[in-house]
Design a protein around this ligand. Structure first.
Ligand SMILES: Nc1nc2c(ncn2[C@@H]2O[C@H](COP(=O)(O)OP(=O)(O)O)[C@@H](O)[C@H]2O)c(=O)[nH]1
Ligand SMILES: [Mg+2]
Length: 198
């Protein structure tokens, strides 16, 4: 698959199924893991999705239209240390509503930082995805920060925590485009797969 066009559609604080209800691919992960950067590098655009060096406070679902055919969804990050209980609950409600109501969801990319052992929040997010029965793909971000030779070693704790095999984890770098082709392939497959089979 090639990305021929990409445009920002809307930001939502309360999820509402967009019209038209196109197939969706969601991007989930903790704040600062590289969700917005992945969207930008995937679309080969510098500032389609807002990136930041300081984790944001705004909890919004950002929707992008790709190839006039499907929506890419930048979900609000979790694990931001300075949020209170109320904010956490609001985030949880938002995610539950999103995953419950999005029948068009074909794949969720669960991003984790390749350099770190998954946090308790990462493990919870992954368990939540499994519980919803939604297909997901673990993407190890910032792959440029470690050498290729060290990848397998880095992936071990990630695989253990998220209960996946190393070959099920896609290593990605928004800096140098590593993993971009494989990710586009996985996305295309998810978008074209017909429901139950597979
Ligand atoms: N070296 C490197 N830095 C990255 C990569 N992806 C994101 N970053 C940096 O990590 C920070 C957070 O990225 P961002 O995309 O805003 O994360 P988000 O909060 O998950 O949307 C920014 O400073 C990015 O430049 C990557 O693949 N490689
Ligand atoms: Mg972001």
């Amino acid at each position: 698959m090639e990305i021929k066009s990409a445009e920002f559609v809307t930001s939502m604080s309360v999820y509402q199924t967009p019209e038209p209800a196109l197939p969706q691919i969601a991007v989930a992960g903790k704040s600062n893991v590289g969700k917005s950067s992945l969207i930008n590098s995937l679309c080969r655009r510098k500032a389609l999705a807002k990136t930041s060096a300081t984790p944001g406070k705004t909890r919004l679902i950002n929707l992008f239209l790709l190839n006039s055919a499907f929506h890419l969804v930048d979900l609000p990050g979790y694990g931001f240390a300075r949020v209170d209980k109320k904010e956490k609950l609001r985030w949880g409600d938002m995610m539950e509503k999103y995953f419950r109501e999005t029948e068009q969801l074909k794949l969720t990319l669960h991003l984790v930082d390749i350099r770190h052992e998954p946090t308790q929040d990462d493990v919870q997010m992954n368990a939540f995805l499994r519980a919803t029965g939604q297909p997901f793909l673990v993407v190890a971000t910032k792959a440029d920060k470690i050498s290729r030779g060290a990848r397998m070693k880095q992936l071990a704790p990630i695989c253990r925590a998220l209960q996946v095999q190393p070959w099920q984890v896609l290593c990605y770098s928004s800096e140098n485009g590593d993993g971009r082709e494989q990710l586009l392939e996985a996305m295309e497959k998810a978008l074209t797969d017909q429901g139950e089979e597979s």
